[in-house]
Design a protein around this ligand. Structure first.
Ligand SMILES: [Zn+2]
Length: 398
């Protein structure tokens, strides 16, 4: 029986999210009830029963992009984090809804929200899932666990010891989070907290990981300084956020091959949070040399990098990812297709959406973007999508 919502698109160039290049034999997809039910040649498509077939005239299709690190609640135009929650919940919610819409329109069909203070992003997550609001599929961490007066303490997740840690963690689970976030080091935006300093020892981080795992949740750890990276890696967290290798001598100067070996051994993903504003480092050769050297060593060791922007921090817009990817590729020494994998199939796998999104593949959600140009050859193309689809629904007018 033909279902009215069996839609097929043909005459496409399709990058499936995994391969090194586009397979010219695959030029058609079909989707039904939000999922891809056919990916193959137009010839094979003609044997399927389809209700609507659209000729896409040679557009290039890639999976929808995934940002592994955003903060929907943060206003990128506000410099002081303590000013962020001055808005009423209602005003803040409204702003967050509009950010989610802008992300989706830019081609970001999934994202991981790594923290806020009011759990508003969880309400948005659920309303997006029910189709009430437009936005990316969201995974949310709620309040990050941090030390007293530590990084982002103003979000309410302060914990002085193991008992406190369990309390904060349990509160997040009660609010229905998808993962746990912990601040393993200090951070830039919090006065009095130092990026180089570890905020928790390995024992506390292991307690967090074990408790989260018991509830089926992964753990993302904010890590700037090398000591904190070591503690988090030893505890077996799932993703290292930032991984800035801050040492006593400064940013990127604390690289430690033993810590790198630990990250690799534990199979931990690294989410470097490179936004489009990092273009400014591309003209600053010393820092770029340091950064590039660290990325080269990580990649040689087999660390898998995933795309992330930390959207919401000052000057980083929530829909930054498409313009951040060319900068990320440049600084981390990635080929275009590697950068794209880091924002599609690899990112999905790292954050727990493998098997759901991040690939153009039968059984996966019909989340994809169409372009005039070919992003596998030129990442700058990402800034101008012709059309975005999420779960088989077009986001922009054709
Ligand atoms: Zn962040």
């Amino acid at each position: 029986m033909i279902s009215l919502n069996k839609v097929a698109l043909k005459n496409l160039r399709i990058w499936n999210g995994v391969d090194d290049s586009i397979d010219s034999g695959v030029d058609a997809v079909m989707f039904e009830n939000g999922d891809l039910t056919f990916v193959g040649s137009s010839e094979d498509l003609s044997r399927e029963s389809v209700s609507v077939v659209r000729d896409m005239e040679g557009l290039t299709m890639i999976p929808g992009l995934i940002d592994a690190h955003v903060h929907l609640c943060l206003d990128p135009h506000v410099k002081n984090p303590l000013d962020q929650d001055k808005l009423s919940e209602e005003e803040q919610f409204k702003a967050m809804v509009s950010r989610a819409g802008a992300m989706l329109a830019a081609g970001i069909t999934s994202a991981r929200d790594l923290g806020g203070g009011r759990w508003l992003e969880l309400i948005i997550r659920d309303r997006i899932a029910s189709g009430e609001l437009a936005g990316p599929r969201l995974l949310c961490a709620g309040q990050p666990i941090t030390s007293p007066r530590g990084h982002c303490h103003f979000w309410g997740g302060e914990a002085a010891d193991g008992t406190d840690v369990i309390k904060v963690l349990t509160r997040q689970i009660e609010h229905g989070v998808d993962l746990i976030k912990v601040m393993a080091t200090g951070g830039n935006i919090t006065p009095g907290s130092k990026p180089v300093d570890a905020q928790f020892d390995q024992e506390i981080l292991s307690l967090i990981v074990d408790t989260a795992h018991k509830h089926g949740l992964s753990v993302a750890a904010h890590c700037h300084g090398t000591a904190g990276i070591r503690n988090a890696a030893a505890a077996g967290i799932t993703t290292i956020e930032h991984c800035s290798w801050v040492g006593r001598e400064g940013w990127a100067k604390g690289f430690d091959p033993e810590v790198l070996a630990l990250i690799t051994r534990q199979g931990i993903w690294v989410s470097p949070t490179i936004n489009s504003g990092w273009k400014r480092f591309m003209g600053n050769s010393d820092y770029v040399d340091l950064l590039g050297g660290n990325y080269a060593r990580m990649r040689e060791a087999g660390v898998k990098l995933i795309a992330s922007t930390d959207a919401g921090i000052p000057n980083v817009l929530h829909h930054d990812l498409p313009t951040a990817l060319p900068v990320f590729a440049n600084i981390a020494g990635l080929r275009a297709v590697e950068a794209l994998r880091s924002a599609t199939s690899d990112c999905a796998e790292a954050i727990g959406l493998g098997g759901i999104s991040g690939q153009i593949r039968e059984g996966y959600s019909a989340d994809f973007i169409l372009f005039d140009g070919d992003p596998t050859l030129n990442l700058d193309v990402l800034a101008a999508p012709v059309q975005v689809y999420k779960q088989g629904e077009p986001v922009l007018a054709a």
